[in-house]
Design a binder for this molecule. Structure first.
Ligand SMILES: [Zn+2]
Length: 410
């Protein structure tokens, strides 16, 4: 997810854990930890993205693909990161107050920071980008395929409750700006339909009203319930659309073996989904893209928008569309080509440790290898030029299992 959402999640955790503590069997206030706890919680909720410092924005694409959402996005390192952050926050409190935090404060802080770093992995898992949280025990990618990478409904349900809970003017102003900026962007970008932007605006007004009428405990419960509800509704829309895609392929092309269906809702929209199918028919590998409606009787797929980057370099699909599934692009090639490339080129095999929907174009001794999720024809951030044959591997290739191991043979 984006770092605004992670930060909002961090604040929501800090507020809910403070309320829980105040209501526990031995009620204790966390108010004296104030801004320190809130800021530490925001840092914890963003900490796994510290890999951006070495995976390098603007550096080598392959390095970014292999190391962003890399080791820091695993349970083992997230726990370690929370403990290191806890030690630093304890040192800071010791310096400021000339006394170590008490045992109860200390335990509460550690629990908060652990919840923060782990929340990051859970939120990142909900997207189609995926995470591999169980390294070093299991190096496979896990994809939630349920929530778009920036989902404004999550801000709408949570931010008004956080504004109401804030004790400082600056926090109230900053959080209100997040909400207003989110709404402003939703109205401006094409990926958010006008209907979805109207629903978001009405939702924001209701969320603000609810945060004003509810008491401290009630509004935080409502915010968390809203967050869970948004995630579940998006997941249900995605699952329904996925079933429609599988049914349609089975009807149109019974011989096709569907290896994967990458699902992603459009932002703020549980009805319109973007789908990418990965299929194999005998020796042929095929990718198709589609717009899918989870409720075609309400909105036909043909009326759904599409993100410009998805499959922009594919040719038009010849498949017959339905109200639920509007086919977009299609690309096919012999799967033996990819198998040979991964076998004979170590840089290609390294890239395949990230690429979920491969697409490739050979030009002489070089191959343009990309991921249709993020383009695939040269412009996407996961499109890399690799030598057709090379035993020389890139440095520090991580052990992630290639998402398309099913196509790479042994
Ligand atoms: Zn992340």
């Amino acid at each position: 997810m984006d770092n605004v959402t992670h930060s909002v999640a961090g604040l929501l955790l800090a507020e809910s854990m403070a309320r829980l503590r105040a209501r526990g069997p031995n009620p204790e206030s966390s108010a004296h930890l104030g801004a320190t706890a809130a800021i530490a919680s925001i840092v914890a909720a963003n900490l796994p993205d510290a890999d951006l410092f070495y995976s390098g924005i603007g550096g080598s694409r392959l390095r970014y693909m292999l190391h962003h959402r890399g080791y820091t996005h695993t349970v083992v390192i997230a726990v370690l990161g929370a403990v290191v952050l806890w030690a630093l926050v304890s040192l800071f409190l010791r310096w400021r107050r000339r006394a170590w935090p008490g045992r109860s404060d200390s335990r509460w802080l550690l629990a908060l920071l652990l919840a923060g770093t782990l929340s990051h992995l859970v939120l990142d898992w909900t997207n189609s980008y995926g995470v591999h949280p169980f390294w070093p025990f299991d190096d496979r990618w896990r994809y939630g395929d349920a929530v778009f990478i920036v989902e404004p409904w999550l801000w709408i349900v949570a931010v008004p409750a956080l504004v109401a809970a804030s004790t400082t003017h600056i926090a109230r102003v900053l959080l209100s700006l997040v909400l207003l900026a989110g709404l402003g962007v939703a109205w401006r970008v094409n990926a958010v339909s006008t209907g979805a932007a109207i629903a978001l605006t009405v939702g924001a007004a209701l969320s603000v009203a609810l945060a004003r009428v509810l008491r401290a405990d009630g509004r935080i419960v409502a915010a968390i319930a809203g967050w869970v509800a948004v995630t579940l509704i998006m997941a249900a829309g995605s699952a329904t659309a996925r079933t429609a895609v599988l049914r349609t392929i089975h009807e149109l092309d019974p011989a096709a073996e569907v290896l994967d269906v990458v699902m992603s809702p459009m932002p703020a929209n549980a009805v319109c989904m973007s789908a990418i199918t990965v299929e194999r028919s005998g020796p042929t590998y095929r990718v198709t893209t589609a717009r899918v409606s989870s409720v075609p009787s309400f909105a036909a797929a043909a009326r759904c928008g599409q993100r410009a980057s998805v499959g922009s370099s594919l040719g038009p699909s010849t498949r017959r569309s339905t109200a639920a599934v509007q086919w977009g692009g299609e690309w096919a090639a012999p799967s033996a080509e990819l198998e040979a490339l991964a076998r004979e080129s170590c840089p290609a095999l390294a890239a395949m440790r990230f690429i979920r929907v491969p697409m490739w174009t050979a030009a002489g001794d070089s191959v343009l290898l990309g991921d249709v999720r993020y383009g695939g024809g040269g412009g996407g951030f996961a499109d890399v030029h690799v030598p057709r044959r090379s035993a020389g591997c890139p440095p520090a290739v991580p052990p992630w299992v290639p998402p398309r191991a099913d196509l790479l043979g042994s």
